[in-house]
Write a protein that binds this ligand. Structure first.
Ligand code: SF4
Length: 430
């Protein structure tokens, strides 16, 4: 038995891949622990979505080595987009704090087999790993990510994810249901379905609404959530499932990327702004207390002042609950890398600040509209602010409102659901 810690950067798909790998490692008799528990092996799933994510992936890899694992396993988009022969870690060999672990790199299409590859590596290096005992802190999950799809057939001109992940492919209904049964038998109360193109899931003639119907009918998991889903995949036969089904969590993360149709065309996005706005109007009209978030890129090449004004007007009209803002960074291998009229960094910064001001204002207004309403909250994590007498615990409502409450210690509320009323203090707490 080897102790293994997992660390994911970037999207929820990366977390789902780690969950999947963890299940195989556990089946092989290994134990998943936290980083603080001095694991013998650390598995890092990296991200390349921006230049900054790439830099962070390298930096975290170096930091993880300071936990002194015997082996560091690296996989994911940052590794896959790294030119052959380049040093991923850029270690400083003269750094006395650094004791290099053994490295295992798992590239591209080997990723689905990561669990088996690592288990085999441990068998082949039995002398390296000891028999670990007395592990106190197994990870116990209240939510689990389940990867139902990988890859993307679209060609968004800025995107490096599709280069790293390849073409669309779906997991079978049978495997997805089996995974959900496994998690629910371990007490997991919420599953999050993930994929690069979650909405592109298919099995013969069956599509995502059919899969969701099967999950609702054939499992008992109390909460089912979607991770990011593209607007062109949310048709009425999908969103209408949410109208009368409390087990489906009313929170949608729908990437838009720009509020200007001219920029969306240059990005090769498939949903124009009027259709996007109509979609979110429908969701808000038909699904009680739904919350909607999005991704937005600031400073795409050729984005003019007029385009930017359209984006600000769009933000004001859409009134998102949350927006993940990205400053455009050109990724090698993408069409946008060589586009003319790159937006200067100071202009990007100014637009970013402007967007953030609009976004924060609308998000605050939206949050206030939920004050006084009661929701079942799934408690997940004990907060660092806990003390001997009280445990501060954090959790989420189905529509992804964040709650924090104190409970008498040492009782743990982790993995339970209680009804709570959303209050102004929930908005004000960090
Ligand atoms: S839809 Fe576009 S942004 Fe999303 S993974 Fe595919 S190519 Fe990339």
């Amino acid at each position: 038995m080897t102790t293994i810690a997992l660390h994911a950067l970037g999207c929820r798909l990366n977390e789902a891949e780690l969950e999947q790998t963890a299940r195989i490692l556990e089946k092989n008799g290994h134990v998943i622990v936290r980083l603080e528990d001095h694991p013998e092996l650390i598995l890092l799933n990296t991200c390349s979505v921006t230049t900054e994510a790439m830099r962070k992936s390298r930096q975290i890899a170096r930091k993880l080595c300071l936990h002194a694992p015997k082996c560091l396993v690296v996989m994911g988009c940052a590794l896959d987009l790294m030119p052959e022969g380049e040093n991923f870690f850029e270690f400083d060999p003269s750094d006395p704090a650094f004791v290099p672990p053994k490295l295992l790199l798992i590239r591209g299409f080997d990723k689905p087999r990561a669990g088996d590859i690592i288990a085999q590596y441990i068998r082949d290096h039995a002398d390296l790993f000891s028999e670990a005992r007395n592990i106190q802190n197994y990870i116990s999950h209240t939510r689990a990510f389940i990867k139902i799809e990988d890859g993307c057939n679209n060609r968004c001109s800025y995107c490096s994810v599709r280069l790293a992940r390849g073409h669309e492919r779906s997991e079978s209904t049978k495997d997805i249901l089996r995974d959900i049964h496994t998690y629910t038998s371990r007490g997991v109360l919420e599953i999050i379905l993930t994929g690069v193109q979650l909405g592109a899931w298919k099995e013969d003639q069956r599509r995502l609404p059919d899969l969701l119907t099967d999950i609702l009918h054939q499992t008992t998991v109390p909460r089912i959530r979607l991770s990011s889903i593209e607007p062109w995949h949310i048709r009425e036969n999908l969103w209408s499932l949410w109208c009368n089904e409390p087990r489906l969590c009313p929170h949608f993360h729908i990437p838009v990327q720009s509020g200007s149709d001219a920029v969306l065309t240059a990005m090769r996005r498939r949903t124009p702004i009027p259709a996007y706005l109509e979609l979110i109007r429908n969701l808000r009209q038909h699904i009680a207390d739904v919350r909607i978030s999005t991704d937005l890129i600031v400073g795409f090449p050729g984005e003019t002042e007029a385009n930017w004004a359209e984006t600000l007007a769009f933000i004001d009209e859409a009134k998102f609950d949350d927006v993940h803002l990205f400053r455009f960074s050109a990724r090698p291998g993408t069409d946008a890398y060589n586009m003319p009229n790159q937006v200067p960094p100071d202009v990007k910064k100014m637009r970013w600040n402007e967007a953030e001001e609009h976004i924060k204002r609308h998000a605050a207004e939206r949050l206030k509209s939920f004050v006084g309403k009661s929701y079942p909250v799934l408690w997940e994590s004990n907060h660092a602010k806990s003390c001997a007498a009280q445990t501060m615990t954090g959790g989420y409502s189905p529509n992804y409102l964040r709650f924090e409450r104190t409970f008498p210690a040492p009782a743990s509320m982790r993995g339970t659901i209680t009804m709570e009323t959303f209050a102004m203090t929930d908005i004000e707490s960090p």
